[in-house]
Design a protein around this ligand. Structure first.
Ligand SMILES: Nc1ncnc2c1ncn2[C@@H]1O[C@H](COP(=O)(O)OP(=O)(O)OP(=O)(O)O)[C@@H](O)[C@H]1O
Ligand SMILES: [Mg+2]
Length: 175
């Protein structure tokens, strides 16, 4: 569905060049919920802007439903965005219904690994624009391989998400 390969995004000024994303490859399949997570500055927004076709990239390939985004002009890109992409801010409790009822795929952007675990099938942990670790939500959360992920998990803040009797996501105290 959404396939990025080797994406690089650099912000250039007269004196310096900042790489927001380096060689980023992400594949989201139909009905898959994937989370992109990591601390401030790791490249989440840079990724989101490219995924939503709101910003350009310097290197790599981006395919959306088999269409090569890079080769499109602005009008074609706007049309594709309109047809294929939706942005949802914060109201994530109903998103699982969309997945089951409509088969939509979702990329969930958050710095909170604890929240991400309950929503996503798989997790991509970004560090300085590079994928530090990726895998199923359960494996990344319960058996993190990268030291960086372990540190992020240890630093994850208080409230945890759970499910109420209607299967909606709710915050739980403690944990
Ligand atoms: N317009 C810009 N010009 C120069 N550098 C930028 C610009 N926008 C982002 N960056 C840099 O790119 C990197 C990635 O930034 P990005 O905004 O994607 O991080 P983020 O993960 O979304 O952070 P946050 O959690 O704070 O939203 C950072 O080093 C940031 O300083
Ligand atoms: Mg951001």
């Amino acid at each position: 569905m959404l396939k990025m390969t080797g994406i690089c995004k650099a912000y250039r000024t007269e004196v310096l060049e900042i790489f927001a994303l380096r060689d980023l490859s992400i594949h989201v399949r139909e009905s898959e919920f994937i989370a992109v997570t990591g601390p401030s500055g790791c490249g989440k927004t840079a990724f989101l802007m490219i995924a939503g076709m709101l910003d350009s990239f310097n290197e790599g390939e981006y395919e959306l439903d088999g269409v090569n985004v890079y080769r499109m002009n602005d009008r074609e890109r706007s049309w594709l965005r309109n047809e294929k992409i939706g942005f949802v801010f914060q109201s994530f409790n109903l998103l699982n219904d969309l997945k089951h009822d409509l088969g939509v795929s979702m990329v969930f952007i958050s710095h909170d690994l604890a929240v991400v675990r309950y929503i996503a099938d798989s997790i991509v942990v970004l560090r300085h624009g590079v994928v530090a670790e990726t895998g199923s939500a359960e494996s990344v959360y319960n058996d993190p391989q990268a030291e960086y992920t372990k540190k992020l998990l240890a630093a994850a803040p208080g409230p945890r998400l759970g499910r109420d009797p209607t299967n909606s996501l709710v915050f739980q105290r403690g944990g």
